[in-house]
Design a protein around this ligand. Structure first.
Ligand code: ZN
Length: 247
């Protein structure tokens, strides 16, 4: 079974479409690690597309924020402004879908998915110290997380955690990672709609654990077209600009 692993789409339909085009015919089942909405201009279209993929999906902090605006105080002013905009844009049936996304982590066949960390769905796992606790907590040898928008992850060999910089180099689209026995993996597929690791291309992963393989992908998309739509929608300029740099 080959899994398409998506995370942090953030209402960027153009990026999601580029991902689906690149991954066409290469996966059997889709999963989504949350943050379908927030930041981008296409919340309804992204929610509907994820539903059409029948993806196994959990909620991210932006999905939670848009579902219950009492959480909006947890966000910075720019993110909060888009949260309110997104709340108004979402059609009732799509808002209901987002509100009903499961919280926390979820097992998917022989791996697990979580938005932030197994200890706290809203936690950012940036550093090996946090990853160590999370790797111990993970119920499966391989787990996928999102939230940081940084493709790669962490591995636990015995008691030692190391950072995995499994990103395709500029000009390359795929970084293949061989999954070894007796090692635990906490893997981030990267963000589809708002990468923050310095590569502006859309990130995702394809996992085939029966064949011990996870591919980390980056695909280009028409960033300028998304930025134009964001400007027309009146979304905050810092969010428009950051797409250019993937920061
Ligand atoms: Zn996110």
């Amino acid at each position: 079974m080959r899994y398409l692993i998506l995370s942090d789409i953030h209402a960027n339909l153009t990026a999601l479409d580029a991902v689906l085009e690149a991954a066409k015919g290469k996966w059997d089942k889709a999963v989504c690690l949350g943050d379908l909405v927030g930041y981008g201009p296409d919340p309804n279209e992204v929610v509907e597309k994820i539903q059409s993929l029948k993806a196994v999906t959990i909620r991210g902090n932006h999905d939670k924020g848009v579902s219950d605006l009492t959480h909006s105080e947890d966000f910075n002013p720019v993110a909060r402004a888009v949260l309110l905009w997104t709340h108004d844009q979402l059609r009732p049936e799509n808002r209901a879908y987002v509100e009903n996304l499961p919280k926390g982590s979820k097992p998917v066949d022989d791996f697990s998915i979580v938005h932030g960390s197994f200890l706290d769905e809203d936690e950012y796992v940036f550093w090996p110290m946090l990853a160590y606790e999370d790797l111990l907590e993970s119920p499966t040898p391989v787990a996928f997380f999102g939230h940081t928008h940084i493709q790669g992850g962490f591995v636990l060999r015995g008691e030692e955690v190391s950072v995995l910089s499994s990103r395709p180099m500029p000009g390359k689209m795929i970084f293949p990672l061989t999954i070894e026995p007796k090692i635990k993996y906490l893997l981030n597929p990267g963000s589809v709609g708002q990468p923050r690791d310095g590569d502006p291309r859309a990130g995702f992963a394809i996992a085939d654990l029966q064949h011990h393989l996870v591919e980390f992908w980056r695909v280009p998309y028409d960033i300028g077209e998304v930025q134009l739509r964001m400007a027309h929608a009146g979304l905050p300029e810092p969010l428009i600009l950051r797409l250019t740099f993937g920061r």
